[in-house]
Design a protein around this ligand. Structure first.
Ligand code: FEO
Length: 165
């Protein structure tokens, strides 16, 4: 049976992953309507992956005798200051997700729930990759600046980039 405090923390994380999926859908829509189809494709995939992160948590909570709470979501941001704005927002959001995952991990240790602690390690690794990827994208954008040929190639490259690296 899942400890009540752990269950509440996991439900908080379910909300965070659901909100991430929703946020990235807002970004994908912005990109698609700004003529950035490669970036949109990347962000749609990223949104789908966040939904998978949410589902994995829902199944874990329910299978361990808890009850997953399906949250109400905040409307995502619809306008951005260009690609820099999108990926800066994405990185800031992922940094908050990492902090939240670390809090769940801390709680697992203090409540001696080693099963959930083990389960959460997948999320710990995933966050390292996601933050690194967002930083790499921001570095590329800083190099490109306002060069339109560079931005064209950047958008085309993102079409192929897997957010789950
Ligand atoms: Fe599933 Fe990007 O946090």
């Amino acid at each position: 049976m899942l400890d009540k405090q752990i269950e509440a923390a996991l439900n908080g994380q379910i909300e965070m992953e659901a909100q991430s999926s929703h946020f990235y859908l807002g970004m994908a829509t912005w990109a698609e309507t700004s003529g950035l189809n490669g970036t949109a494709a990347f962000l749609y995939r990223h949104s789908d992956e966040e939904r998978q992160h949410m589902l994995k948590l829902i199944r874990f909570v329910n299978e361990r005798g808890g009850k997953a709470h399906i949250p109400m979501l905040e409307a995502p941001k619809a306008e951005f200051e260009g690609l820099q704005g999108v990926f800066t927002t994405l990185l800031e959001h992922e940094t908050r997700v990492t902090a939240s995952i670390n809090e769940v991990v801390d709680l697992c240790l203090s409540r001696k729930d080693y099963t959930t602690h083990n389960f959460m390690q997948w999320y710990v690794s995933e966050q390292i990759e996601e933050e690194a990827l967002a930083r790499t994208i921001l570095d590329k954008l800083a190099m490109i600046g306002s060069d339109s040929a560079g931005l064209y190639l950047f958008d085309r490259d993102l079409e192929q980039l897997d957010p789950e690296v």
